[in-house]
Design a protein around this ligand. Sequence first.
Ligand code: MG
Length: 131
Amino acid sequence: MTDSATGGTQRHILVADDEPHIGRIIQLKLERGPYRVTLVSDGQIALELLHSQDPIDLVLLDIMMPYVSGLDVLEKTRQLEHRQATPVIMLTAKGHDADRSRAFELGAADFLTKPFSPNKLLARIDELFEV
Ligand SMILES: [Mg+2]
């Protein structure tokens, strides 16, 4: 698939969510847009990919995940020199104020509470890339 809007290169989005059906819905939605998606089901694997040099244009992180929480993935991502400016959107079933505050302190671009509309998520991602 070619994509003239991004100069022929699809933007790569890393999605980490331990609920397979949610991850799959997000993946299908984003892949219908101009995006390439890597879906992983825990925070440890997400971190391994973030440590790699693989280009990643945006990260979607569920908060409640096995091994490493989404917030801890976000914190560790910000310590990686090559990922400091990578936009991160947090997804969570529990919109605790403390989690929200920590996410924004760590530089999250947005914080979405489940259930969220896949259309809204896609629109938000499109918006982030246009800025
Ligand atoms: Mg979860």
